[in-house]
Design a protein around this ligand. Sequence first.
Ligand SMILES: NC(=O)c1ccc[n+]([C@@H]2O[C@H](COP(=O)([O-])OP(=O)(O)OC[C@H]3O[C@@H](n4cnc5c(N)ncnc54)[C@H](OP(=O)(O)O)[C@@H]3O)[C@@H](O)[C@H]2O)c1
Length: 395
Amino acid sequence: MKALVLNAENKTASVQEIPKLQPGPGEALIRVAAIGLNPVDALYTFHPLGATGRTVGSDFAGVVVEVAPDIAKDVHPGQRVAGFLQGACSANERPGAFAEFVVCPADLLWRVPDHMSLAHASAISLCALTAAQALFYRLGLPAPFDYPSSSSQQASNTNQSKDEITVFIYGASASVGLYAAQLVRRSSEATGTRIRLIGAASTARFPLLRAAPYSHDALVDYRDPAWPARVRALSVGGKGIDYALDCISEGTTVQTVCGTLNPTSGRMAVVRSRAARAWSVDGELSTEPIYGAVWEGLGVDVQYHHGIVVPASEGARKFAGAFYRWLESGNGGEAKVLAAPVRVMPGGLEKVVPDGFAVLGGGPVRERGSVQDRTEAWMAPISAEKLVYEIEGGE
Ligand SMILES: NC(=O)c1ccc[n+]([C@@H]2O[C@H](COP(=O)([O-])OP(=O)(O)OC[C@H]3O[C@@H](n4cnc5c(N)ncnc54)[C@H](OP(=O)(O)O)[C@@H]3O)[C@@H](O)[C@H]2O)c1
């Protein structure tokens, strides 16, 4: 089968023929119809952690073609599914998604509703789980589904008051932010807690973010230096933010978002680790931001450079399974969240590196710009959009 394979020495990846995979116990073999690109896929191709030969890529959607005997009652050939793998985004040896076929543990797949294209479905799994982990699993906002949680999480969840609370999403037009807003709305509906949702994005994205399914109550322009004071003033009672998610977590964003929190009880989650030096701390932060890697949902340990290891977590794996069961459980086969807008890129696997990864770049999200000498419409900078490639013969 064809796969996009990492060349660590040359800091690139190319399409190569590799042996087709076989599903192991608990796994399904899926013919991939579409892949969604995440910043980490490009980052760890241009700055490799993994060894040459690893298949690159995380998000996929496709059709089940074979299942291991032990899961034959749950998953069937012909089912349209989506999920994510780790690709070449760690030092560990792990499978990737940018290939004609993938194998994935069946409990980490979710069934794609009939009305949703596989291109749209391929944009959801990783970023929606990232948002769900941050809001529910790490910050303790009540989840709209049950999951096995630690006693401290349960205490945090049951201590919620029914008074109105304020949630702030910095980077609301980023892919993670688009799913976070939808999950905040589902939390509010499920628990009855009134939530004032504030987002920070560019003004061009305000109309999208005000509308369903994101439904922000208030928006601030992150390029306006006065935005932190505006966010504090917009919070319920002017008391500051109860839950904040910084979907950028670069440069000074972490310190600035932290400054919007309710000083006694506000909590915040970040998407980049301090250890990865994506953000720095000059002086004290009032609250320690909570970081986690979405890969924890795979239930494996994740090795980064310099010996940093995010340990395997059984709880995170169970949370991921519970989240995907909930996601696919809407009435009439609807998914519980809608896919964020996608940009279907031309050219298939061969064009992922020269086009898709060129748009994403290997540097900070905030420093992305136009790709030099590329004027095609599909090479424009990303704003509230996920880059997706369709794989020939996938559906
Ligand atoms: N911890 C994890 O497991 C995990 C998982 C997923 C993603 N991530 C990380 O999360 C980050 C976001 O990923 P993504 O896929 O959501 O990104 P993305 O969709 O590619 O981000 C693009 C968006 O970023 C916004 N943006 C750029 N600079 C900004 C700034 N200074 N302030 C506020 N917004 C800014 C842009 O907003 P405008 O167009 O409105 O200007 C644009 O809509 C990446 O660093 C990614 O690696 C971490």
